[in-house]
Design a binder for this molecule. Structure first.
Ligand code: PMP
Length: 753
């Protein structure tokens, strides 16, 4: 510090001083204490660019003399009367050390929040119309206008689920902000009103320091940055934001679309912060300072994703007395739906939900509510997972064609998918739905075995095509169904719960015997036995162990093949198993895949053996216009990648176990909660009434009241008395607690214990 001391003595007349180092970003900073005053000395490596930017900063500071009541650190002139001292390629600047407590150190009373809004507004207002070429041309990743620059740090975020959360906000910046960027007002802004740059005295904001991130940006970014830090650690961040914005708006009116942008701009600032922390951590792996300082940003980001963007817009609009966002009229939509669609299409819940968007395990309606999705197993890796979305967008923009050409996606996806299956299942046929896969599976089974009969489980469901309905007892045997077709052989649903058997083994032995006798009755005529590993529509019923391992050989012995319908349970949802059949130590001859395969994009597949596929190759071409197209394959591959990189199968196992254990406490506490069953994040809760009859009414109450409390589950089973819980695999322990607390409350109230 000899050089610094010399500069201070020679150029600023300060000799009797104490020098100590401060945190600094692009300059080396020292606190300078003389017997009478305190200062900050900034030392920068000299460059023309820096010089031009500092000139800009001087211009701004001069302007801010007029910002009434807010102190800023005016540069102290040296003995030559200039604000900079340049020696040996170093540039020195001396600033006063402003008095006051940082806003991070005081309680955030309404007065403080209001004065923060006022301070930002007055500062921005006094910079109105100021132009500076150097600041105008400045490009830093901390300027939200250049948010995308931070994407290069994304891979440096260690936790892959956290990384995807940030990635989500990058994509939504593209969707919601970039297209309207030209409509934002531009201004020179401070751009870093974080809680360690804002000073307070006597319960109000008194000063702002550190103009190093200043730039010419969108005016609204000033508020976005300032809000970001003020919202950290707050129970209800939107309420805090509303107070600040209301005051800002009263001093410097905002435009409605600037207010609307704040949700994504705040998310962008949080993302910028965690991206840069991740990068800095890679540079300085042992810095505790970085780890501690990034925590509040992560906490807020995780909270932010649970806020419906419409709620954010409406709350902030209301704070500035703007009208709320326009909503579609529910009654009108219902009339329209009735006019254009058949009544055969049902809708969930007594009060229909008007959906607007979704993210991971959350869904947002048009009224500003956020729903916790606890039952959509199609969204395996979470709603709108950015990697899946990006894979779709990228490929859709490049090439979409069919399997009569050669392209990488088809081959690469097939390799990855087949690698997840045993070696015997080595031929894949891509289609567009679980139903199309079922249909094809039945055709192939018949072609291979030259037999016609199909053995199905009672209450099973396999698809909506004619073939699908014909083999779905759940459909042909229920309302509107035309009964069992002649070629269908039914096996009883091997359900252990309430079966009267002592244990799973006894139940298995009974059902095996029953099924054997039906096979014997049709000996030599059964082309295929098809079953779901956990029977979904039957009420989330797992098969007893020692069932399939007896049935499969028997079916094969009479010349049939065994099909596992993995549409509901496949792709890691079961936690301990990637595929459902693995639960029972069997290997099928064919699997049917769908739902989670494309995370909402319509893909299905049949995977089978070489022998069966060869029998199907009989001269008639198999062609699907869309099955196996590059876009679908890219999406399917992205889903597999995400499951793997984000360890979602393990997440399903851990969270599934926790959820099952918590549900079991409800079984203990409420007689009506009769059974909890399933694996991983594929669970069913069977409800019975006090007479052990199906608790259909209670199931319906629970489903609808949970919906009213913003949690989505559904019911199933022959009596519709089984709650099905099979959430996106992003579901976490906090989500489990929310679900269990609500269920407990509703059960307590309904059953009046
Ligand atoms: N098999 C099972 C087990 C299913 O649950 C479903 C759909 N619910 C299907 C097949 C049919 O799939 P999709 O709706 O994609 O046609």
């Amino acid at each position: 510090m000899i050089a610094e001391r010399k500069v201070l003595k020679v150029h600023y007349g300060l000799s009797d001083i104490v020098l100590s180092k401060l945190e600094g970003y692009d300059s080396i900073n020292y606190k300078v204490c003389s017997p009478t005053n305190s200062f900050v000395l900034k030392v920068y490596p000299f460059s023309d660019e820096l010089f031009a930017l500092l000139e800009g900063e001087e211009k701004v500071l001069t302007k801010l003399r007029k910002a009434n009541g807010i102190e800023v650190p005016f540069t102290i002139l040296n003995s030559n009367g200039t604000p900079y001292t340049i020696i040996d390629n170093s540039l020195y600047r001396l600033l006063p050390f402003l008095e006051g407590k940082f806003i991070s150190e005081v309680e955030h009373s309404t007065e403080i929040l209001e004065s923060f809004g006022k301070a930002l507004a007055l500062m921005d207002k006094s910079l109105l119309g100021l132009y500076d070429a150097a600041l105008h041309g400045k490009e830093i990743q901390w300027d939200l206008k250049y948010f995308k620059k931070n994407k290069r740090f994304l891979e440096e975020i260690d936790n892959p689920m956290d990384r995807s959360l940030v990635h989500y906000f990058f994509l939504h910046f593209d969707e919601n902000i970039y297209p309207i960027q030209d409509t934002f007002r531009k201004s020179i802004i401070h751009n870093d009103a974080n809680d360690w740059n804002v000073l307070t005295q006597n319960g109000r904001v008194s000063g702002i320091i550190d103009f190093g991130d200043m730039c010419s940006s969108w005016l609204i970014n000033e508020l976005a940055v300032g809000l970001t830090y003020m919202l950290m650690g707050k129970e209800e961040p939107l309420k805090v934001a509303a107070v600040i914005i209301q005051t800002y708006h009263s001093y410097y009116p905002l435009l409605v679309h600037e207010i609307d942008a704040l949700y994504y701009l705040i998310a962008a600032r949080l993302s910028t912060s965690v991206c840069n922390s991740a990068h800095a951590k890679k540079q300085k792996p042992n810095s505790e300072y970085i780890t501690i300082s990034e925590k509040p940003a992560w906490d807020l980001l995780r909270k932010w994703i649970q806020i419906n963007p419409i709620l954010a817009k409406d709350t902030l609009r209301a704070a500035c007395s703007f009208e709320k966002t326009q909503k579609q009229d529910l009654e009108k939509q219902l009339v329209q739906r009735k006019r254009n669609f058949s009544g055969a299409l049902s809708m969930s819940y007594s009060h229909p939900i008007q959906m607007s968007r979704s993210a991971f395990q959350y869904m947002y309606d048009t009224n500003g509510n956020t729903f916790l999705d606890a039952y959509n197993n199609i969204m395996q890796v979470g709603h709108c997972h950015p990697k899946v979305v990006e894979a779709g967008q990228r490929t859709l923009a490049r090439l979409n064609t069919n399997t009569r050409y050669l392209y990488d996606e088809f081959l690469s996806y097939s390799e990855k998918l087949l690698a997840k299956l045993p070696p015997s299942l080595n031929k894949v046929f891509f289609v567009n739905s679980g139903s199309a896969a079922t249909d094809l599976a039945i055709r192939m089974a018949k072609a291979h075995t030259k037999k016609k009969k199909i053995m199905v489980l009672e209450h099973g469901y396999h698809g909506n095509t004619q073939n699908g309905i014909d083999i779905s007892h759940y459909k042909y045997n229920h309302k509107g169904g035309s009964g069992k077709a002649n070629n269908i052989v039914e096996a009883p649903l091997p359900k252990v719960f309430e079966s009267g058997f002592k244990n799973e083994n006894d139940a298995a032995a009974h059902f095996v015997k029953e099924t054997f006798s039906r096979i014997t009755e049709n000996e030599g005529e059964i082309a295929a036995f098809i079953a779901e590993p956990i029977v979904g529509c039957g009420g989330q019923v797992p098969l007893p162990r020692n069932y399939l391992n007896k049935i499969y050989p028997k079916i094969r012995a009479q010349g049939g093949i065994c099909i596992s319908d993995e549409v509901q349970v496949g792709f890691g949802r079961l936690g301990a198993f990637f595929w459902g059949y693995e639960m029972y130590d069997v290997v099928p001859d064919m699997v049917i895949l769908g739902k989670p395969m494309g995370n909402g994009h319509p893909i299905g597949a049949v995977v089978t053996t070489t022998e069966i596929s060869d029998s199907f190759d009989n001269g008639m071409e198999f062609f699907s216009s869309f099955g196996g197209n590059p876009v679908s394959c890219a999406i399917g591959e992205a889903v597999l990648d995400v499951i793997e990189t984000e360890n979602l199968q393990e997440q399903a196992r851990l969270v599934g176990k926790y959820l099952k254990d918590e549900l079991k406490t409800l079984v203990k506490n409420y007689q009506e909660v009769a059974d909890v069953r399933g694996e991983g994040l594929f669970l069913g809760v069977e409800l019975l009434d006090q007479h052990r009859a199906p608790g259909t009414k209670l199931a319906n109450i629970l489903k609808n009241r949970l919906r009213d409390n913003h949690i989505l589950v559904s019911t199933d089973g022959p009596y519709d008395n089984v709650l099905k819980i099979k959430p996106p695999l992003y579901f976490n322990r906090q989500n489990v607690n929310q679900l269990i607390n609500e269920m407990d409350l509703i059960l307590g109230e309904t059953l009046k214990i």
